[in-house]
Design a binder for this molecule. Structure first.
Ligand code: TA6
Length: 266
């Protein structure tokens, strides 16, 4: 599969031609063009210079999701969303001096994108980590989007700070700020319906990532983010598979694997 390594990005092009390709900058997939259409959201105000996490694409969150709730915990000193999401890991490595090896494999077919992670503990003692694929989907109109596969499950609502909410609707629709952590989701398949005849829907298949985060900042939060256009909340939704409700405790020499396969679907 042709790979072009440019100064600022790497381009993976499917043999079928440039209608299917992936761009990435550091550990962040910034674009996934499939059958000629861009499938991921990338803010027009996103920083692509390594000074701040990229606002869009598929930022890789590791070893800490959000900020650690226990200030004495080994990852508490790390910034929001840990090392990999920030494009300046060297400045942060002293904060979390663990020896580990991450192999991040991106596989492209004509209608799927596979993001697969392996984390190996190469240190002399075990360590804890979260991992999450902070996937920003491009949507033509947020008011038409529905997310299926998370119904009748309890979730943590980070907007209302309510820790036990159950949504009995058969799908999630978004008409306000949504920031939810669904822990231990039984189904490994989530269906993201864009509700638009000109755009394919998505089937997200999670691999060894038991939790799912759903996020849209909506109007007020969008206006407060310097790297996000005021109205861009209408064209994106984040559905993020991860292991965030609990830490993985990786023993010396052990390897952990997890990932997602995104498939476009009529
Ligand atoms: O994944 C949802 C979330 O944790 C939200 O709470 C919001 O903070 C979002 O990530 C974006 O985080 P960031 O640090 O990239 O602005």
């Amino acid at each position: 599969m042709p790979v072009k390594v440019l100064e600022e990005k790497v381009i993976l092009e499917h043999p079928s031609g440039s209608s299917t390709e992936v761009y990435f900058y550091g550990a962040t997939v910034t674009s996934w063009k499939c059958k000629g259409k861009e499938r991921l959201f990338l803010s027009k105000n996103s920083f692509l210079n390594g000074t701040k996490a990229i606002r869009g694409g598929i930022p890789l969150v590791f070893p800490q999701f959000g900020k650690a709730s226990d200030s004495s915990f080994e990852t508490a000193i790390l910034p929001q969303h840990g090392l990999a999401d920030n494009q300046v890991p060297e400045n942060l490595r002293k904060e979390w001096p663990k020896k580990f090896r991450i192999i991040y494999t991106i596989t492209l077919t004509e209608d799927t994108l596979n993001n697969h992670l392996t984390v190996k503990n190469e240190d002399i003692k075990s360590f804890y980590f979260n991992a999450l694929l902070h996937t920003y989907y491009y949507v033509p109109d947020i008011s038409k989007v529905s997310i299926k596969g998370l119904s009748n499950l309890s979730y943590i609502d980070k907007v209302t700070k309510n820790t036990q909410v159950t949504d009995t609707n058969d799908s999630i629709t978004i008409d306000q700020e949504v920031d939810r952590i669904y822990a231990d989701v039984p189904s490994d398949e989530i269906y993201i319906d864009l509700g638009h005849e000109d755009f394919d829907n998505f089937i997200l298949r999670k691999i060894n990532l038991k939790d799912t985060v759903v996020w849209n900042p909506w109007i007020d939060k969008a206006h407060g983010m310097s790297d996000f256009g005021d109205d861009e909340y209408k064209q994106m939704v984040c559905v993020e598979p991860g292991t965030v409700s609990e830490y993985v405790n990786l023993n010396v020499g052990e390897t952990w694997e997890g990932g997602q396969i995104l498939k476009i679907s009529k």
